[in-house]
Structures are given as structure tokens and as C-alpha cells.
Write a protein that binds this ligand. Structure first.
Ligand SMILES: Nc1ncnc2c1ncn2[C@@H]1O[C@H](COP(=O)(O)OP(=O)(O)OP(=O)(O)O)[C@@H](O)[C@H]1O
Ligand SMILES: [Mg+2]
Ligand SMILES: [Zn+2]
Length: 178
């Protein structure tokens, strides 16, 4: 790629029919930006790589009309491999952020404005989780009556949630989002 660009921009190309192409030359840096940058929106970084598409599903990215970039198995210093999701024109809701925290507790959110990161924060598992998780106990009242589910976070690592209604404790692998 770099070689081709060098050829197109080199002085030798003038006078050999290459002049018009010169206008289209994109520097490697700009090329990288065009396929990986969003002007405004949210970047969800440091997703546990295996959970990348679960996070994409939480956010229903298939319904987006603006740019969405999803990457997985990207190298990361502290996670080994990570996933990234970049969504143009979108700011996440608190409920979406809470769901992401349960699935990808190391994720960081970056708010992008005019191509720059203007805010950065870590997701956090709340002490009380309402509505977003389903109780895994089939006999739990929350599975039979029209009430919002409610869990108390009794441990964040490893994740353990206790149902407010039936008091059963769920681990990360038992968690099903509503
Ligand atoms: N305009 C943009 N469009 C798309 N992605 C962007 C944009 N700006 C930054 N990013 C991405 O957002 C993430 C955070 O950007 P930042 O520049 O803060 O990187 P960083 O210093 O590596 O952050 P961290 O310390 O959180 O790893 C990176 O993955 C970066 O590639
Ligand atoms: Mg980084
Ligand atoms: Zn329950």
C-alpha cells in the first residue's frame, strides 16, 4: 500500500499520465482515519474480545443508519486481545452502559466530538440492578408477575448477583439479559 502511494506522489509520475491521479492520493494516515474514525459518537474500547458481538447485540447495532465499526481480536496490552465498537452519532443510555458492564466489565467508553475524544469513562456495575437482568430461577415471582426484576450486587469480581425477590445468587454464566 505504502509503495503504491509513494509511486503516485513521486515527482517522477508527472508527465507520464499520472497527474490526474495525484488529486486522489490519500496519505496512509488519512487512509487509516477514513476507515477507522468517526466524527461524532461513541467508541466502546477494551471489550473482552469474546464478548464483542454480545455487546453489539445489546446495542442493536444492526439497526443503525450511521457508521458502525466492529473489531475483535485486536491486540491490547492489558487484555491480550480486545474488541472495539465504534458507533457514529450515538450516545449510550445508562441502561445500555449497565448492560455492557455486566458483559464486558473492563470496557471503556469514549465520547467523540469532531474526531476527538472529549470524555472517557469506565463502565461500572451498579450496586442494585433493576430491569435489565432476568432471574434464572424459574419459580421466582419476577418470572410470573409483571414486576421489574431487581438484583443486589454481592460481588463484582467474580460477578455475583442476588435476586431481591427469591434471594437466589447468580454467577456471570447464569446471567441472561432481559
Ligand atoms: N475520531 C475517532 N474515531 C474513532 N475512534 C477513535 C477516534 N478517536 C479515538 N478513537 C479510539 O478511541 C479509543 C480511545 O482513544 P484515545 O486516543 O483516548 O486512545 P488511548 O490513549 O489508547 O486510550 P486508553 O488509554 O483508553 O486506551 C482508541 O481505541 C482510539 O482508537
Ligand atoms: Mg489504548
Ligand atoms: Zn429471583
Amino acid at each position: 500500500m505504502e509503495k503504491t502511494l509513494n509511486f503516485l506522489t513521486s515527482k517522477d509520475s508527472e508527465g507520464c499520465g499520472m497527474k490526474e491521479m495525484k488529486e486522489q492520493v490519500v496519505s496512509p494516515k488519512q487512509f487509516k482515519k477514513e476507515v477507522s474514525a468517526i466524527s461524532d459518537g461513541t467508541v466502546i474500547d477494551h471489550i473482552d474480545s469474546k464478548s464483542t458481538f454480545k455487546v453489539a447485540n445489546i446495542l442493536s447495532v444492526q439497526n443503525e443508519t450511521q457508521m458502525v465499526l466492529v473489531g475483535m481480536n485486536l491486540s491490547s496490552k492489558h487484555l491480550g486481545k480486545k474488541g472495539i465498537i465504534k458507533i457514529g452519532g450515538r450516545i449510550l443510555t445508562q441502561s445500555e452502559v449497565n448492560k455492557i458492564a455486566l458483559i464486558a466489565p473492563d470496557a471503556t467508553l469514549n465520547i467523540i466530538k469532531d474526531y476527538e475524544v472529549v470524555r472517557k469513562f469506565n463502565v461500572a456495575i451498579p450496586d442494585i440492578i433493576e430491569s435489565i437482568v432476568k432471574c434464572f430461577n424459574p419459580n421466582c415471582v419476577s418470572n410470573h408477575e409483571k414486576i421489574q426484576t431487581k438484583f443486589h450486587t454481592i460481588s463484582k469480581t467474580p460477578l455475583k448477583l442476588r435476586c431481591h425477590y427469591c434471594e437466589r445468587t447468580m454467577k456471570a454464566e447464569d446471567i441472561e439479559l432481559v
